[in-house]
Design a binder for this molecule. Sequence first.
Ligand SMILES: [Cu+2]
Length: 157
Amino acid sequence: MNRKLSVAVALGALALPAMFLASPAMAAQACSATVESTDAMKFTTSNLVVPASCKEFTVTLKHVGQLPKTVMGHNFVLGKAADISGINADGMKAGAAANYVKPGDARVIAASKVIGGGESTTVKIPVAKLKAGEQYSYVCTFPGHSAIMKGTLKLGT
Ligand SMILES: [Cu+2]
């Protein structure tokens, strides 16, 4: 089995139990999204809207490139738009061992680990922490990436 296929199979196996957990009322709006990241230091999705009916919103971060995480690592870190530059600066200082997120940073709403090419990870956003009308941002806090690797997120209806 080639690598891409085995990743797809693994993701399918993860998605199945999640579908059984969702109640019929929640099935109408997807409580998950996939964000791809690349060797060109980009997120392929630049904005996300989280349905207010979701309890948890799961983001699957995929690295569709080939470079290792020490060179072109990516993560997904969410905070209020106003907090994101501070989160990023402190995350860079925290270093690779901390996945470039300051341990215990109360401004961080959700953060994934850092992944390299061919890998994928998931991060769960607790929807109760999102307020209507507030602007949120997600970035990759790998050093030097956040200026380009960023997107906006808001709570929908
Ligand atoms: Cu990155």
